[in-house]
Design a protein around this ligand. Structure first.
Ligand SMILES: C[S@@+](CC[C@H](N)C(=O)[O-])C[C@H]1O[C@@H](n2cnc3c(N)ncnc32)[C@H](O)[C@@H]1O
Length: 288
């Protein structure tokens, strides 16, 4: 399978770590896409902060910090946060926020590192210590890992690496879009539980099948940077590609890596039976 063609915005680097954000196009407008952090849906904040507090978590590893939105929210709520990401184009926004807010409580101690999930335990060896209380991988980030070998081995390796960053009794919180819905209907549910921005004009969905198997979902994002001005220079578009995780397959993979059958799945932050067609699934699993 050609992982260069159709998987990224034309012109983005295709070598080394597959950083789909390397051309800076998505990074540049990411904060516009997700909306100002004050607009971040309250229900998301209540869910995440509530769950972490309920589980007694204090030290959090945000493995897909991107521009830092979740990390900042958690620092503001008094958590101790280590944030990593593979994309320097995304990280530079988090680094700038840390610098700008360095005099506020928590921000001076905020650790931000560049790291790749495939080599995570080596990349942040000195930071793991006796393990984090929670690892979070949110915003449909994990689905960026494709299945280059056809047996999901890299995805499993990465989940193992996440598990190794946890202390016994620690939790992994990880999410993915409702790919069952996308594969069955060809479009993503329109609602986005994380992003609350008026700038998103369209998200076009393509599904790439090989011999009857879905290999990739490609989302083309179309943004208008100024709602009142639709000139071409005020438009931005970028493409991101994802591995389409079926809920049951993802559930089993998670349980295999964590060697246990017990884990909770939420649909759009609610118990699964309360949501008809969730846009996102969020899993929480404990390290024994
Ligand atoms: C969709 S963004 C989400 C960022 C953030 N959690 C949010 O909700 O705004 C996905 C992030 O995952 C990161 N990522 C993808 N593959 C990675 C890898 N192999 N190692 C580390 N980070 C990776 C990307 O660089 C990107 O910043």
């Amino acid at each position: 399978m050609d992982l260069v063609f159709r998987t990224r915005t034309p012109g983005a680097a295709a070598e080394g770590v597959r950083d789909q954000y390397a051309d800076g196009k998505a990074a540049e407008v990411w904060k516009t896409l997700i909306g100002d952090k004050k607009q971040r849906t309250q229900v998301y904040k209540d869910f995440l902060v509530g769950l972490l507090r309920e589980k007694g978590c204090k030290r959090i590893l945000d493995v897909a910090c991107g521009t830092g939105i979740d990390s900042i929210m958690l620092i503001e709520e008094g958590f101790e946060v280590v944030s990593v990401d593979a994309s320097d184009k995304m990280l530079k926004h988090a680094l700038k926020d840390r610098w700008d807010r360095r005099k506020e409580p928590g921000f001076d101690n905020w650790i931000i590192e560049e790291a790749n999930w495939l080599t995570l335990t080596k990349d942040i060896k000195q930071l793991i210590g006796s393990g984090f209380d929670a690892v979070i991988c949110l915003g449909n980030s994990f689905a960026h890992i494709h299945d280059a070998y056809g047996d999901q081995r890299e995805q499993k390796q990465i989940l193992k690496n996440f598990e190794m960053c946890l202390k016994p009794g620690g939790f992994l919180l990880i999410d993915h879009r409702n790919y069952d819905y996308i594969l069955d209907g060809g479009v993503a549910p329109a609602r986005c539980i994380y992003y609350n921005s008026p700038h998103t004009k369209d998200i076009r969905t393509s599904v790439y099948w090989v011999s009857g198997e879905p290999q990739m979902v490609i989302l083309d994002y179309f943004l208008s940077l100024d709602e009142n001005n639709d000139d071409p220079e005020n438009r931005n578009e970028f493409r991101l590609s994802y591995y389409p995780h079926r809920l049951n397959v993802f559930r089993d993979m998670l349980r295999e890596i964590f060697s246990q059958k017990d884990h909770k799945i939420f649909g759009d932050f609610k118990p699964l039976n309360e949501v008809k067609v969730p846009a996102f699934f969020i899993h929480i699993i404990e390290k024994k």
